[in-house]
Design a protein around this ligand. Structure first.
Ligand code: SF4
Length: 337
């Protein structure tokens, strides 16, 4: 029997056992939780969704996260790094689709920096879009430089709030990562962060702590992603992360933080067809369309060799099914059923 005060739900005032009850909710309680998340999205964001176009600009990485095939020691993948001209040509496709956010993602690859010096101001000048970056842990001066160049926001997920678990899977310290998150905010960039559900040795109590850490950081964007086993990594034989816990975490983030952008990540669709629609039903309001050319998508193995790649039609259909509004997107090639 739940002790949760449903009429006056304040996530931050819940006890750990109440938060655990929401995290693991199924059936009626889960439906109530997601409904509450959708009402919060309606009240604070008027059901407005955001679409991003991602370009995976490099699959080089200095780090060795155990769940990721881009990890530096993996010799089984072919590495690539786009030139400024290649990035600008893809950014043009994103702008032509009237997508207002160009998302530049890479492994932790400082050799991208001279390219970014050129492309960030040029993308802003040519296409008048926002620029979101996801480029890993960098010195404070580099975040400041990205902001000076015109970048608007930066994603650095904390992955796990547990220092030992984080160290075990990422081989660097959580303290350093959280310091980087603070530098991103101090540089004037909007910060996106979040966790992974289903890491080895992760307990439910750790997932509750992940939620508390996300609330404490109070980010502009927040995500929860299920763990996906990836070939040629130390964790390749582990099962997928728990879909329900991931979706419930997203709903809790929405109810607690109200306005942040919450993506319905492609990994949800990888685990279950319709998974991204479930993400929207749990309170998400962002979907990212992949504009990386197909030959290179196969080399960007952050989730798995056969990852689900989000295309424009899938995004539009999922948004339509979720009843969310998107301004300005080209829809003439899209036929809603
Ligand atoms: S998760 Fe990110 S930082 Fe870690 S190995 Fe993969 S690309 Fe590099």
């Amino acid at each position: 029997m739940t002790t949760i005060q449903k009429d006056a739900l304040e996530i931050k005032n819940l006890t750990n056992s109440e938060l655990l009850e929401l995290l693991t909710a199924e059936g009626e309680l889960q439906q109530w939780l997601w409904q509450k998340a959708r009402e919060t999205r309606q009240t604070h964001l008027e059901n407005q969704a955001v679409v991003r176009g991602v370009i995976e600009i490099s699959n080089y990485c200095q780090k060795n996260c155990d769940y990721c095939a881009i990890r530096a020691v993996n010799t089984q993948i072919e590495r690539y790094r786009f030139t400024a001209e290649e990035i600008l040509a893809i950014a043009q496709q994103i702008a032509e689709a009237h997508i207002p956010i160009v998302f530049l993602q890479a492994g932790q690859d400082p050799q991208c920096d001279p390219i970014l010096e050129e492309v960030i101001p040029e993308i802003k000048r040519r296409f008048n879009v926002n620029i979101l970056l996801c480029l890993g842990e960098r010195p404070k001066a580099v975040y400041e430089r990205f902001a000076e160049l015109g970048a608007n926001s930066y994603i650095l997920k904390f992955e796990s709030s547990n220092p030992e678990l984080y160290k075990q899977i990422a081989h660097t310290s959580l303290e350093k990562r959280l310091q980087c998150a603070r530098w991103i905010q101090e540089a004037g960039l909007k910060l996106g962060t979040g966790n992974i559900v289903g890491l080895p040795h992760q307990t439910l109590d750790m997932l509750v702590d992940d939620i508390r850490l996300a609330l404490e950081i109070n980010p502009d964007f927040v995500s929860s992603s299920p763990f996906i086993p990836n070939q040629n990594t130390p964790l390749e034989s582990l099962p997928y992360g728990n879909l329900n816990y991931t979706l419930n975490t997203m709903a809790i983030y929405r109810i607690a933080l109200k306005t942040p952008l919450i993506p319905t990540v492609s990994a949800l669709e990888k685990i279950q067809p319709g998974g991204q629609l479930m993400g929207f039903n749990a309170g998400a309001n962002v979907i990212t369309i992949n504009f990386t050319p197909q030959d290179f998508q196969e080399k960007y193995l952050i989730y798995s060799q056969k990852r689900f790649v989000v295309r424009l039609n899938h995004a539009l259909e999922t948004l339509h099914q979720a009843g969310l509004k998107v301004e300005k997107l080209i829809t003439q090639n899209y036929q809603a059923n």
